[in-house]
Design a protein around this ligand. Sequence first.
Ligand SMILES: Cc1ncc(COP(=O)(O)O)c(C=O)c1O
Length: 390
Amino acid sequence: MELPTEKLKKITRTGIRKIFDRANEYEREGRRIIHMEIGRPDFDTPAVVKEEAIRSLRGGNVHYTSNYGLEGLREAIAEKLREDNGLEADPGREILVTAGAVEGLALAMTALLDAGDEVLIPDPAFTSYHNQALHPGGVPVAVPLRFASGFQPLLEDLEERVTPRTRMLVVNTPHNPTGVVYDRGTLKMLAAFARRHDLLVVSDECYEDLIYDRENISMATLPGMKERTITVNSTSKAFSMTGWRVGFVTASAEIIDYILRIHQDLVICACSFAQEGAALAYRRRKELIPPMQASFQLRRDLVVEHLDGMEGLTFVRPQGGFYVFPAIGKFGLGDWEFCDYLLEEAGVAVVPGSAFGPHGRGFIRMAYSCSRRDLEEGLASMNQALLKLT
Ligand SMILES: Cc1ncc(COP(=O)(O)O)c(C=O)c1O
């Protein structure tokens, strides 16, 4: 028997893990390693959210919920969408609770793409989009994000790659891995492009609460976009709940109905008591999110200040999320080689840009979601290591 199938041969494991595994190996050997490769907040989940989930579990909330998710959670999400995003969503038919944003993204691709349908993915990109487009036999098409344009997608790059088979455009802002927030002009351009070519838009907004000195705009609020946009979001980054696996999708009732058909066969529902915790998190979001947001903004400022002083690195100032994506071309090393060198010489783990797609080559992704102390130490060692290279 021959394994795997042709389709699965194209689906690869993420390059981030390779660096993470090597960094862990060094740690086991007793070396001090600063982890700037994994994008997850270092905070604990807020205590009130944990207490709510524990209360729920103790109270016997251990059974399946509706496929759509708990009604109370969907109502809290609808309120958040209305107040924070200016988006009206009927909690009864237009919101689906998922096992994190990643399930929502995969559902959207699996439910809405036919084999051969093309998906435009601004590249570099969160690694799952490419693989998720392949699951239903779709064709991921990389659209370059260019350093020279501040990693904002350009209309000419999109127009060059759109074909009669293009069905979907992925939009992710704040953006992983570049840390860039698409400005209003870019979003309007993307919306007009999607309308002109009659495309669905998957809008991954899971970093929307971590945004610095920029406005947050949800794609679905732009004229004519609500019916063609599938908005995906999550508790993972906003409330430091990556392990809880609770996110949501909001779209038209028709699209949600299609997506739900896949969701019911994959997971039935997100974890019941985790959903109760998530409902409280959304209800209390206005007091829970700002301290984390402020802390990430301070770290962003710290990273920018250090990187500014490093000879040979150029970067676009990050505006959201917790990543920065410096260009390393001046050092004359490939991005994998460069990351190996940093790990070896400075004990700093970062990810090669090419792990995020072909247009990430020549860059590295640094996550500033570790503690301030680790950041200070890691950036100082990195500076020393780079001085040896120049
Ligand atoms: C852009 C983007 N989308 C989705 C996810 C997955 O989030 P979740 O934990 O909600 O599945 C991540 C995680 O790093 C991400 O960076």
